[in-house]
Every structure is written in C-alpha cells, then in structure tokens.
Write a protein that binds this ligand. Structure first.
Ligand code: ADP
Length: 507
C-alpha cells in the first residue's frame, strides 16, 4: 500500500472512532512518519513509549520529529499507562506504544490498555497506536484493536515511486523495457525498501541501467531473507539438467504454456494452476524439479522455511504463515517451494500445545491452497509420504501429485550423461555409459552424481589427464547405493505409492 493510501485509511479509522490501531511493521521510521502526519493534520500531540527510552514526547516541526525524554530514570510501560489513564492527560493526544509484543502477555498491562480503549470508545478524543513487528493480540483486546499492515506496493504504485524518484533527481527517462523489469523486480517490497534500493542503485553511477536489475534482485533477496521465513533461491538448474522423470517434465511444460501467456490463458478460461506435490525417494530429483519449474516459468523461486515459521510467541506461527503467504502473493508470479512438507505438518490432530499450533497452521495452509487464485505456484516436496496428512492429498489442493522413484536404466543413463558432461564434456564420448548403468541398479540420482564427482576428484589427484569408464567403475565398487542403505523403507514406500495411485513421474 502506498503512503497516501495508508494515511487515507488511517484517517478513516480515526474518524470512525476506532480506539486502538495496531501497526504491524518492521519499519518504525515509516510508522513514525505516518503518525507524525496524522498528528499534524489532527493537531494532536504525541506521547511515545518504547523499551529503550521509556516515555518521550514528540515535537513536530519542518525538520521532522524531535523526541524529548520526559523522564531521566527508566520509565516502565505500566507507569506511563497508569499516569495517562488517571490524569486524563490523553485528551487531544496520540499515544504510541512500541515493542509492545513483549508486554502483551502481562495481565495488568492488558487491563490498562483495555481501560484506555474503553475511554476512547466512550468519547475521549485520543488515538492509540501500537507499533510492533510481531502480530500477537490478546483475546481481551481483540474488539478494541484494528490491524493496519504496511504491506508492499501494487504495480501501479511501484511505477509511481520510480517515476517520482526519476523526476525528483532529474534523471534521464528509463527505457520502457527496463522500467517494466524494474517494476517486476520490486514486487513484494514496501515503499521504504524500494526508495532505499533506488537510492543505492542511483548512487552507483548516477543513472538506472540494466546492470541495476542485478542489484535490485540482490537487495530484494536480502529483504526477503530478513523477513525471516522466505528465502529467494538463485536459479541455475533447468529442465535439461534433469535426467528422466519425463512425465513430470512434460506436465511442467504444460503449466509453463499457461504461465508464459498468463493473461491470454486466463481470458481463454484456463484455471490458474495451483501447484504440485512431488513425493518420493530422497536424492532423486524432487528439489531439482522445484528449481527447474521456476526457471521454466521464468518466476522467482521462494523457499518457505518451516523451521523458522514456528515462533515462540502465542499466535506468532500463524502470523508468520500469513506473512509468508502474503509476501508470496505480493511477489507473484512466483514459485513457492515448500521443502520436506511432511516435517512441517508432523503431529497434526494430536493433542498438546505444539500439535495444536501445527494443526491450526495446516488448516490455514489448506484453506489458502483451496481458495488460491494468484500466480503463486506451490511446489511441495516430501520424502516420506507416510507422514503426510491425508487432507493434503485430497482433490482441489494440488493440481497433481507425483511419485518419484529410483531411476530406471534409461534414466540412470541420462543422469550419468548430464553429470559427466557438466564436468568433463570432452571425456563423455569415450565412456561406456551402458556398463555404468548395469552396475548401478538401486542408485539414486544423488548417488550417481556422487560417483561422478568422486571419480573426477580421484583422477585429478592421481595426476591422470582423462576420466575413463574404469575410474567410474572403481568408485561404484566402493559405493553403497541408497537401496542398499534404505532397503526396507524404500520397499514399503513404493508399495504405498502404488496403493495411493500417485502419478509416476517417470512414465
Ligand atoms: P531430492 O529428491 O531429495 O529433493 P535433489 O533433487 O535435491 O533430491 O537431488 C540431489 C542432487 O542429486 C541434485 O542436485 C542433482 O545433482 C542430483 N540428481 C538427483 N536426481 C537427478 C536427476 N533425475 N537428474 C539429474 N540429477 C539428479
């Protein structure tokens, strides 16, 4: 949302007498700017409380906000709240509380905030802002609080920010192509972040060029990483780097035909693809497919880190899930990759605090998948299907579920070729791949890659100049394949996939 829209919305809330406005943001500076404008337009003074300075009062003038400490000694939040409450000091004032999530578990504080909310509802002319990056609202306060998210900008708003920047610094006009690429690259970022990146790109060489796109992506990667839950993965591997799995690959190509002409496809009546669940044997190309899908669709790849999603505050995990989904939708079109999804949703339906959080999270995720209509395409990968909740696999959630098994002969041949060609292309023709294939039954793709890497390293260490079939066979002789190591679980799993009639990724 743009600054102007946020202010409009806030003015509307204040006019309507909403007692407590909860600004959910990491950007305190931006929140301050917004509050300062509201203070000026309503001619109300501002009292702030934060964890490091205690109570301060704001002086607003043309130079911005000057904050003056009211107390020398450390002033606890309780003290500020009780003083304001008793003295009726809050009339015609704006009260801002920061870092509040640390205190919103304290019953006395909750009760004091409730009293103030009640007073504003009964006619006290004051506005109360809570500014914090973590959304956790105690039940008792729910009916007093309205949440304002300072989300990212839509395409039109991003265009405006870039144009304003160009005009303000009297820069040369940006070519139409570059301009639109910049708009795409800035998706998912807030106005503040975009302005910072523009300033950085501009300060490099005084103008915007194609090379600044790289900088924008790097900065965006940082911003997404800092949000803590999503990570933007650089794209390297494409469909040609996958040996076999022809069925899955041609399925992805069909989806690419939709995504590469999304507007026309939607107008034609094609449903927006939702996503795919790829389950099966470890090291056989599931993650590789997630990466190749993003490259094929020409979308950024965002990996959801489920471990980090589970927060320690009440309600934090759900808030994080909401944030991750929101960010993915804002960045969309994108591929949202949920790695080892079975780990994230283990323990669903069981009792106990942790399991309840997981069950709620899972519910949120399913609802989102069911209703999703954005171009945030989900690729969920799973090693252990037995640990996946059945609801996840019902119709309407994923467009398709694929099973990836150990590679067959033809596939092993291709995997050998891919990995040898990547490292020692000149030796490939002289190598007897068929012999390698015969000796590697039960090997996973990752096993085969390991054999190729180890052989090349051994050849180099011994001072020889080329890789030969016998070098590879030597390493194979000393390798334990995945099916040797995991014989029983693999047999059990492949039976299970057959029972469930998942599509085979290979044929
Ligand atoms: P997982 O199925 O556990 O997600 P990955 O996709 O991460 O496995 O595979 C690990 C590595 O093994 C890949 O980076 C790739 O180099 C190699 N590999 C696995 N399967 C294949 C395949 N079908 N074709 C080419 N390389 C593969």
């Amino acid at each position: 949302m743009s600054l102007t829209k946020i202010k409009e919305k806030l003015n509307h809330y204040i006019d309507a007498g909403f007692p407590i406005i909860y600004i959910n943001t990491f950007e305190e500076i931006k929140a301050d700017e917004i509050i300062a404008e509201i203070a000026q337009s309503t001619a109300r003074g501002v009292i702030e409380w934060n964890a490091s300075n205690g109570q301060t009062e704001w002086n607003l003038n043309n130079n911005g906000i000057i904050k003056c400490r009211c107390f020398d000694e450390e002033n606890p939040l309780e003290h500020t709240l009780s003083m304001i409450k008793e003295d009726g000091e809050l009339s015609q004032k704006i009260l801002v509380i920061k870092d509040a999530h640390h205190f919103l578990e304290n019953p006395r504080i909750i009760s004091m905030i409730k009293d103030i909310g009640q007073k504003i509802l009964s006619g006290l002319e004051a506005t109360f802002f809570i500014v914090t990056p973590i959304l956790s609202i105690p039940r008792e306060l729910e009916k007093f609080i309205t949440v304002l998210e300072i989300g990212s900008l839509i395409d039109e708003e991003i265009r405006e920010v870039i144009l304003n920047f160009v005009n303000e610094y009297e820069l040369p006009q940006i070519s139409q192509n570059l301009f639109e690429e910049m708009v795409g690259a800035f998706k998912g970022l807030t106005e503040y972040e975009i302005k910072n990146i523009l300033a950085l790109a501009y300060s490099n060489d005084g103008s915007f060029t194609k090379s600044d796109l790289k900088l924008i992506y790097e900065q965006k990667q940082q911003v997404i990483k800092k949000s803590g839950i999503l990570e933007m993965i650089p794209l390297k591997e494409g469909l040609d780097d996958i040996g076999g799995l022809d069925n899955l690959r041609s399925w992805l190509k069909k989806k690419a035909a939709v995504f590469n002409n999304l507007k026309e496809a939607v107008e034609f009546g094609v449903d927006m693809p939702k996503g795919v669940l790829i389950a099966g044997v470890p090291g056989c190309g599931k993650s590789l497919n997630a990466k190749a899908a993003a490259k094929l669709f020409d979308f950024p790849l965002l990996r959801l880190d489920m471990g980090r999603l589970l927060g320690k505050y009440v309600g934090e995990s759900e808030a994080n899930m909401r944030k991750a989904i929101l960010l993915a939708e804002e960045i969309a079109p994108c591929v949202l990759w949920i790695d080892e999804i079975e780990k994230a949703f283990a323990g669903i339906g069981e009792s106990g605090g942790g399991a309840e959080v997981t069950t709620r999270l899972f519910g949120n995720f399913l609802t989102w998948m069911q209703e999703k209509n954005s171009a945030a395409f989900v690729v969920a990968t799973a090693n252990d299907i037995l640990r996946l909740p059945p609801e996840l696999m019902r119709k309407g959630r994923f467009d398709e579920i694929f099973y990836v098994g150990l590679p067959n002969e033809e596939e092993r041949k291709k995997i050998f070729e891919i990995h040898i060609a990547k490292r020692r292309k000149s030796d490939l023709l002289k190598i007897n791949i068929n012999e390698l294939v015969q000796k590697t039954k039960g090997y996973s793709g990752a096993d085969i890659e390991g054999v190729v890497k180890d052989s090349i390293e051994a050849v180099f260490a011994s001072g020889k100049s080329e890789l030969t079939t016998s070098d590879l066979l030597e390493v194979i002789k000393n390798t334990h394949s995945l099916s040797e190591i995991m014989k029983e679980p693999l047999e059990k799993m492949s039976k299970e996939y057959e029972n469930r009639k998942f599509k085979n990724a290979s044929f």
